[in-house]
Design a protein around this ligand. Structure first.
Ligand SMILES: NC(=O)c1ccc[n+]([C@@H]2O[C@H](COP(=O)([O-])OP(=O)(O)OC[C@H]3O[C@@H](n4cnc5c(N)ncnc54)[C@H](OP(=O)(O)O)[C@@H]3O)[C@@H](O)[C@H]2O)c1
Length: 279
């Protein structure tokens, strides 16, 4: 078999994830050496995802769907080992899976759930797979504009059950992922590690399960982007013609990660938090 290079996307069954999956499938349809791995949480969504990308014309042998849940380090590790066991080099990893939790919750390790799913899991997966990446491979972390309007303290992994707010906890997790993006970009000179800020997209993510959802649907949702519109940011970050690292890519432009984030005082702590428990 011709040696394949992997294109991995997480959160593949979500609004943005489906658009990214279709993009990776279209690349693999053109270039037979590429092999998409679409990572989902829910096995009931696998058929829907297969149907969504089927117009591209790949057969089931031309890509794989792997299941995982980013709220559990053990499951993230299983995913990493499963990918490593393929013994195939990685061309791209898009850390797109993300969530926003209505109330304070922690996982088995005591990590606040926004932090677990949006920061710790993706950071851990990236670190575990870094050795399997080809030269000039892309790690693309889907972050959010909200990274700019928050800050984190040394106990950031635990969060705060007393003063919990979903937007604040979500923003902190995206800030942590953004800081880690710049840290990895510096530590891995042969890999391009960048962030994507997709803008406000019309997906499940902006549903709050509150009485005002209907109002939001009526007044706000029409002005949001369809996930396919934000795909440009992923495409430019993946192609990365200018060989940029530690940048933020949006639909229309790209720029270095804000200094406040790139030089964050907790950068070393964040690195240690992720790397110290990886065997
Ligand atoms: N929508 C926006 O306006 C917006 C703005 C800025 C950034 N983003 C970011 O864009 C990314 C994609 O979000 P989206 O807008 O496409 O929302 P979405 O439709 O809710 O998709 C989120 C995806 O992440 C998956 N996911 C959630 N929790 C997970 C877990 N514990 N383990 C594994 N997978 C999990 C979901 O799986 P299921 O399909 O099983 O639910 C889904 O596939 C996220 O990182 C989000 O933070 C979104």
């Amino acid at each position: 078999m011709q040696e394949k290079e992997l294109l991995i996307v997480t959160g593949a069954s979500g609004g943005f994830g489906k658009a990214i999956s279709k993009y990776f499938a279209s690349l693999a349809a053109k270039e037979k050496s590429l092999y998409p791995i679409l990572c989902c949480r829910n096995k009931d969504k696998v058929k829907e995802l297969r149907d969504f990308i089927s117009p591209i014309g790949l057969s089931c042998d031309d890509y794989a769907i792997f299941l995982t849940d980013f709220s559990s380090s053990a499951l993230v590790d299983d995913l990493a080992y499963r990918i490593k066991s393929l013994n195939l080099p990685i061309r791209a990893l898009v850390n797109n899976a993300g969530s926003m939790f209505a109330s304070y919750q922690t996982n088995d390790e005591g990590i606040e759930m926004n932090m677990a799913v949006n920061f710790y899991g993706p950071a851990r997966l990236s670190e575990m797979l870094a050795d399997n990446m080809v030269q000039a491979a892309a790690i693309v972390n889907v972050v959010s504009l909200s990274r700019k309007y928050t800050d984190i303290e040394t106990d950031f992994l635990k969060g705060n059950d007393k003063s919990y707010s979903r937007i604040s906890a979500y923003s902190k997790s995206k800030l942590a992922l953004s800081i880690f993006t710049t840290d990895m970009a510096e530590r891995y000179p042969d890999i391009y590690v960048n962030g994507v800020d997709p803008g406000i997209m019309n997906t499940k993510m902006i549903k709050m399960d509150k009485w005002f959802d209907k109002l939001v649907d009526y007044l706000f949702r029409p002005f949001t982007l369809e996930p396919a519109q934000s795909l440009d940011a992923i495409q430019t970050a993946y192609q990365n013609n200018d060989k940029l690292k530690g940048y933020i890519f949006t639909r229309k432009k790209h720029y270095p990660m804000e200094d406040k984030i790139a030089k964050h005082p907790l950068k070393q702590l964040i690195q240690t938090t992720v790397c110290s428990s990886i065997k």
